[in-house]
Design a protein around this ligand. Structure first.
Ligand code: GLP
Length: 238
């Protein structure tokens, strides 16, 4: 595992965007896994600048997002689909048929999960996966206690996650209680992982994830077992 310390949020974001751009330049048909949350926002902005400057051509990528809230349609402002199109995909003019995000309003959620895994396999797996870190150590929406052999599945969100994510909603009650997430196994099967760590309350959990024991109680600790993972830490939070 490579650990890179960035001097601040901007530096972390620029390093991350450069790594993603290099991946797409090297393999224009890359299958990229993306994450939501505040952490990667600036990375997406920098990638949009790269697109506008003609440095990277995103026309041939395919994308898979890690997760989506159950019950929120793609036009709901707090859905992850809405977030991705608003903050990234629309701005790089990505053909929506290349975008894959779990459908939180699917009538048959378990079928949606199986179909999602199948769609990943049909594109020969994910080349490059971007990850953020939840304050309780979650990756995607894989909460503490998740099985390391899980693939895409429906989860009940922990109280800590509901509280942390309530900052984007009008009230705690409005936060969905469930989500669809790629599982730990789906994430571990990706060929390269880039974990970004920034923001309040992440200092303690990133220490546990990187140097503590590998445990389902700290889902991100599983990344110690991945053969090709880079972590970029905004050291101003440490
Ligand atoms: C959410 C997402 C995660 C994300 C995490 C951290 O719960 N499901 O994929 O990594 O929040 O968010 P932030 O980057 O805002 O701290």
């Amino acid at each position: 595992m490579d650990i890179i310390y960035a001097s601040n949020y901007e530096d972390m974001s620029r390093k991350a965007a450069t790594t993603i751009a290099q991946q797409v330049i090297k393999k224009p048909t890359s299958v990229l896994g993306f994450a939501t949350g505040s952490t990667p926002l600036r990375t997406y902005e920098i990638l949009i600048e790269f697109h506008r400057q003609g440095i990277v051509d995103f026309s041939y990528i395919n994308t898979f997002n890690l997760d989506e809230y159950v019950g929120l349609s793609s036009d709901h402002p707090q859905s992850y689909s809405f977030f991705m199109f608003k903050n990234f995909f629309r701005q790089i003019q990505l053909d929506p048929s290349r975008v894959h995000i779990p459908l939180g309003t699917a009538l048959d959620l378990s079928r949606e999960c199986t179909d999602y895994e199948e769609a990943i396999q049909n594109l020969s797996g994910i080349d490059f996966q971007l990850l953020g870190l939840g304050s309780n150590g979650h990756i995607g929406f894989n909460e503490p206690g998740v099985h390391f052999n899980s693939v895409t599945h429906v989860v009940s969100l922990s109280q800590e996650t509901i509280k942390a994510n309530s900052r984007f909603f009008n009230s705690l009650e409005e936060v969905p209680k469930k989500a669809i997430t790629m599982g730990i196994k789906s994430i571990m099967n990706t060929r390269k992982i880039l974990l970004l760590v920034s923001g309040e309350k992440k200092a303690e959990i990133i220490r546990r994830a990187l140097s503590g024991s590998i445990s389902e109680e700290v889902p991100a600790s599983v990344l110690q077992l991945h053969p090709n993972t880079t972590v970029i830490i905004d050291q101003s939070i440490l």
